[in-house]
Design a protein around this ligand. Structure first.
Ligand SMILES: CC(C)(COP(=O)(O)OP(=O)(O)OC[C@H]1O[C@@H](n2cnc3c(N)ncnc32)[C@H](O)[C@@H]1OP(=O)(O)O)[C@@H](O)C(=O)NCCC(=O)NCCS
Length: 295
């Protein structure tokens, strides 16, 4: 009689570069943990960041971790995934050690799922604030409201102003990322006296489109720039990741059909979010993240 149990030995894992990894396998890895990324989303991330994968003895990708130098002094970490059947065996920590070695002396930010918080706490990351992942089919797009200033589609000529506004909100200028996002996104900006006061980009991602970044100095301006994107996607799947749970902006998002699907926790190592905050009475604020991975 064969036994009803078979002990499979642990196998050795090999480290590899995410840049050389098979895109279909990366896609399968994120699907295995229920993430919506398409191959094209992985490819976008590979073009703006670095990372490692762990492969088993026959070359199957079992785990990944990526990092993104947004500026010399600040990086974000993301796409930290271990295949469900290999979790809690130290692989996530192993790959994080590669990230941290490459990022020595750099301030770090990431958005942690519940499953990953213990891992990041053990590495010294400090909890900062909650991110609300809002998504759904747009069922009730807001009507056009009048707002002080000129609201119009962004063009390449607005890139420098968008980089500057995003830098004031995010804490560092991430010029190359914004440039790349401009190539992949549609954008709306709110201008007063010729100066960009708020903007929102929207691009294909996962199950539909994602709006981000959204940068504004107050709810009213944020609503003005995001509403155009929501109207563009009436009846279609849209996602938005925001730190705002209450207030007019958060209310508008939920009322449009984008319910809070999940939350993650922004964590930092080194300087905190506050250390990067802009000064002034009404500084620009990030209303919507580029993504959980990119911040
Ligand atoms: C989070 C994740 C990457 C951890 O990978 P892993 O290879 O299991 O990590 P490790 O084995 O190195 O574990 C690191 C620590 O996390 C803990 N941990 C792992 N999975 C956990 C889970 N599902 N819930 C709670 N703690 C967990 C481990 O027990 C370990 O803690 P310890 O050192 O105190 O024992 C993995 O669970 C995963 O892919 N989850 C789904 C995707 C995800 O949420 N990614 C994180 C994005 S921020």
């Amino acid at each position: 009689m064969p036994s009803d149990k078979l002990q499979i030995d642990a196998f050795a894992m090999q480290i590899g570069d995410v840049a050389e990894a098979d895109l279909e396998q990366l896609h399968a890895l994120s699907i295995s943990v229920g993430w919506p990324h398409r191959g094209a989303d992985w490819q976008f991330l590979r073009e703006v960041g670095k990372g490692v994968v762990a492969t088993d003895e026959i070359g199957r990708i079992m785990s990944s971790a990526m990092w993104f130098r947004q500026a010399p002094e600040l990086a974000t970490i993301g796409m930290v995934i271990t295949s469900p059947r290999l979790q809690t065996q130290g692989t996530g920590l192993w790959l994080m050690e590669y990230a941290l070695k490459d990022l020595e002396g750099v301030n770090l930010r990431l958005n942690a799922t519940r499953a990953a918080q213990r891992l990041y706490l053990s590495l010294g990351f400090k909890p900062e604030k909650t991110v609300y992942q809002c998504q759904g089919v747009v069922t009730d797009a807001p009507a056009v409201q009048t707002v002080a200033g000129e609201l119009r589609a962004l063009t390449d000529g607005d890139l420098a102003a968008a980089i500057a506004l995003d830098a004031a909100a995010f804490g560092v200028a991430r010029a190359s990322l914004l440039e790349k996002l401009f190539q992949h996104s549609r954008g709306y900006g709110l201008f007063r006296d010729g100066a960009l006061k708020a903007f929102a980009l929207c691009r294909r991602f996962g199950r539909g489109h994602v709006v981000g970044p959204i940068v504004a100095s107050g709810d009213e301006d944020a609503i003005a720039v995001v509403s155009s994107h929501i109207r563009d996607h009436e009846g279609r799947f849209l996602r938005l990741d925001t730190h705002f749970e209450t207030g007019d902006f958060a209310l508008l998002v939920v009322r449009s059909g984008l319910a809070v699907f999940d939350t993650v926790l922004t964590m930092s190592l080194g300087k905190s979010l506050n250390d990067f905050a802009a000064e002034g009475s009404e500084p620009p604020v990030t209303y919507g993240l580029v993504s959980q991975t990119l911040g």
